[in-house]
Write a new protein. Structure first.
Ligand code: FAD
Ligand code: SIN
Length: 524
């Protein structure tokens, strides 16, 4: 069995993982594992941009306030202050790595855009394709670092832990080489989860296929505390088209004036919030859901046809081209949209240095629950969070690095597993989970729906577990097991919250309780 030793292992090659690797001291041997091709990540598809205060009419105080309002009483104010106050300097780090944010024409100033919940223009962007620009530029820097080795198409299965004097310590991971089928043992002094979110738990999502919540499930199995998983964010505007898988229509369209409409042209957001289209995301997504259920319709529409077509094509080239491929000219046509799962606000609980309750295990980016987002993330705050905590963790390790001794690393036991010829079962289970999560644990919940979801997931978990031990591991099987674990964690967390707050809306408890509490889960 192959064993690979590194000083530091980073699981994930989105902004959090790459940003951390670039901030770590060059003397460390670093391994980055990525379960798909290295670029494939939510980061790569990010559209709107990254929030940071950069104009004289804006202030950190205002960005903090907007973040806290969106977070509906559950943000950790100290964390919000720290992250927001570093915003501009983190943008500078990205610029120093070559990220070319869009500037105003003929002026050297950056073009700041606006999104829901922001009271000021403060979002740095690269057209409507910010994530690809960030991912590409960071990778160029990574490729020039001799101390960093990338393992593409390696899916981490579990964290290897040891217990010393009653303390659980992370000391490596088992990973599947997706193509060779071999299970490799990676040993390291520090393990950093940067595996992104869990949007794929739901039938309709803006997320790429990699977002199956692996890091949350892996962390949970290892004994990490998982926080606030009931707060799954639904993005109000994903393209509604039979052939458009997961295509987002950025909130920055609404930031630049696009309106939400019904088929007959009626605007409806004014009945829901004074900020209308630019209300926090939970409110806009619920308003659309309400209209769709009230009228029995499949979708509503986004309208930006009143804007100058040259502006629209220049400002939103990716969205323009993509929609055109589906026969929709956004400069002339209403764009059919529906809400879809988009961002996992909860995750592996960390402190301000990205540390989890397991020694030497860190979590950064969307996989983590840091206290920044509370019950609902403010738009464009997640890329900011990813790069803030990437740098914090790197600083912490640079300062406190200690090699490990006396670790007892168990070998992977393949047992009697045989090759499977029943991949159809994986597909079936995967679809079933995503469907009932959408119907029972979606934008609007009830106790009855949550109970039903709980019964379904208990049954499915048993089936998946049998399958897991009988057959050789494949990436789809690993993802299915993780998806089921994360679905169960969401259901349990949602069932524990007896109120409606932020992204969690339960018709049986429509009011917000006076005291805001985090939902914490840990495996027995
Ligand atoms: P990701 O970028 O998702 O990277 C996760 C990495 O982990 C991948 O490399 C993946 O292969 C790897 N991985 C996962 N599981 C395993 C495993 N088991 N083994 C090995 N590797 C694994 N946020 C904003 O702030 N602004 C925006 O404009 C914005 N737009 C968005 C648009 C879209 C369409 C989407 C989907 C999200 C958007 N978001 C935006 C959210 C934001 O992009 C993500 O929260 C952020 O990029 C997450 O970064 P990350 O590094 O934590 O994870
Ligand atoms: C978008 O461009 O609408 C996504 C922004 C975000 O998720 O923060």
């Amino acid at each position: 069995m192959k064993i690979i030793k590194k000083d530091i292992l980073i699981i994930g090659s989105g902004l959090a993982g790459l940003g951390c690797a670039l901030n770590l001291n060059k003397k460390f041997k670093i391994g980055i594992l990525s379960k798909a091709s290295v670029k494939e990540s939510s980061t790569f598809y990010a559209q709107g941009g990254i929030a940071a205060v950069n104009s004289i009419d804006d202030s950190c105080k205002s960005h903090i306030q907007d973040t806290m309002i969106a977070g509906a009483g559950l943000c950790d104010e100290k964390v919000v202050e720290k992250v927001v106050s570093q915003g501009r300097s983190l943008i500078q780090d990205l610029i120093n790595w070559g990220v070319d944010f869009t500037k105003l024409e003929n002026i050297k100033e950056y073009d700041l855009t606006k999104e829901g919940g922001h009271t000021k223009r403060r979002i740095f962007h690269k057209d409507d394709n910010t994530g690809a620009e960030i991912e590409n530029k960071l990778l160029q820097n990574i490729f020039s670092r001799k101390n960093i080795e990338i393992f593409e198409n390696h899916t981490v299965i579990n964290i290897i832990t040891d217990t010393i004097n009653g303390e659980i310590i992370a000391c490596g991971v088992y990973a599947l080489d997706n193509f060779g089928g071999e299970i490799i043992t990676f040993e390291a002094n520090y393990i950093i989860l940067a595996t992104g979110g869990a949007g794929k738990v739901y039938l309709y999502t803006s997320n790429p296929d990699i977002s199956s919540g692996d890091g949350i499930a892996i962390g949970y199995r290892a004994g990490a505390i998982i926080a606030n998983m009931e707060f799954m964010q639904f993005h109000p505007t994903c393209l509604y088209h039979p052939d458009a898988k997961s295509f987002l229509i950025s909130e920055s369209l609404r930031g630049e004036g696009a309106k939400l409409k019904l088929e007959d042209g009626a605007e409806f957001m004014k009945s829901y919030h004074e900020l209308k289209e630019l209300a926090p995301r939970d409110i806009v997504a619920r308003a659309i859901d309400f209209e769709m259920k009230k009228l029995g319709i499949t979708n509503v529409y986004l309208d930006i046809t009143h804007k100058d077509p040259h502006f629209v094509k220049k400002r939103f080239p990716t969205i323009y081209k993509n929609c055109l491929n589906f026969g929709i000219d956004i400069t002339k046509d209403l764009v059919p949209i529906v809400p879809a799962s988009h961002y996992t606000c909860g995750g592996v609980k960390t402190d301000i240095d990205g540390r989890t309750n397991i020694k030497d295990l860190f979590a950064i980016g969307e996989v983590a629950s840091t206290g920044l987002h509370g019950a609902n993330r403010l738009a464009s705050n997640s890329l900011l969070e990813a790069i803030f905590f990437a740098k914090r963790v790197a600083k912490f390790i640079n300062k406190n690095f200690e090699p490990k001794k006396f670790l007892n690393i168990k070998k992977w036991n393949i047992g009697k597993a045989i090759d499977s010829n029943e991949t159809v079962l994986i597909q079936q289970n995967w679809e079933e989970i995503r469907k009932f999560m959408w119907n029972y644990v979606g934008i609007v919940r009830t106790d009855k729906r949550l109970m039903r979801a709980k019964r379904r997931i208990e049954l499915l978990k048993k089936e998946i577990q049998e399958y897991y031990w009988d057959f050789k591991l494949t990436k789809p099987l690993l993802e299915l097991r993780n998806l089921a674990t994360v679905a169960e964690i969401i259901i349990l967390s949602a069932s524990k919250r007896k109120e409606s707050r932020g992204l969690h809306y339960n018709l049986d408890y429509p009011k917000k309780l006076k005291i805001a509490k985090n939902t914490l889960l840990k495996k027995n």
